[in-house]
Write a protein of this length. Structure first.
Length: 182
């Protein structure tokens, strides 16, 4: 692999990890946090008995304040709009731990973006969906690239090799789109 390709691969991996959370990721964190908050007895809402009704928090506001406080404990940021992709598994693990679900918490910790190969494989799967309208069977196309370039299967590729296939597939899809191939 040339130095230019290696730098592109490193930049792509770093770029993917530093992207903001998607709306789906933010929704999943919020849904999990709400479930945990309810399981813990709705802290900040259920224990407002001594306050006059006009200054009590609504259920939604109490849950949001609790979630933001827990997010800050987990990743140092109160707002999900400032969270990055690499922090998503950390957030999920944190809320599963609060729920007492160590098995799921450990699974999420293993999903951290430090695993370059797993991250590259996930990007390849997303690329399959992006190019499917132009490349009829993207999985077979990627397997053919792996066999021809690296003499192995997709499962045997390194993270750098997976990123090269992602770039190859994107370029092939762009060429086909320019030529009007569907």
């Amino acid at each position: 692999m040339t130095m230019a390709v290696s730098k592109r691969v490193a930049a792509a991996a770093a770029g993917a990890a530093s992207m903001p959370l998607s709306n789906l990721q933010k929704r999943r964190v919020c849904e999990l946090a709400r479930q945990v908050w309810k399981r813990l007895g709705r802290p900040g809402f259920s224990d407002q008995g001594g306050f006059p009704p006009e200054i009590r928090l609504s259920e939604s506001a109490a849950c949001t304040i609790w979630r933001q406080d827990e997010q800050a404990k987990a990743i140092g940021a109160h707002h999900l709009t400032t969270a990055q992709n690499w922090q998503y598994p950390v957030l999920m693990a944190h809320f599963f731990r609060l729920a007492g679900d160590e098995k799921n918490a450990e699974w999420w910790i293993r999903q951290t973006c430090g695993d370059d190969r797993r991250q590259a494989a996930a990007k390849l799967r997303r690329t399959f969906n992006q190019v499917r309208s132009v490349i009829g069977n993207p999985e077979e196309y990627a397997a053919a690239i792996a066999r021809s370039k690296y003499k192995c299967t997709i499962d045997e590729l390194s993270s750098n090799q997976l990123w090269v296939i992602v770039f190859d597939m994107r370029r092939a899809a762009q060429r086909k789109q320019r030529k009007g191939v569907k």
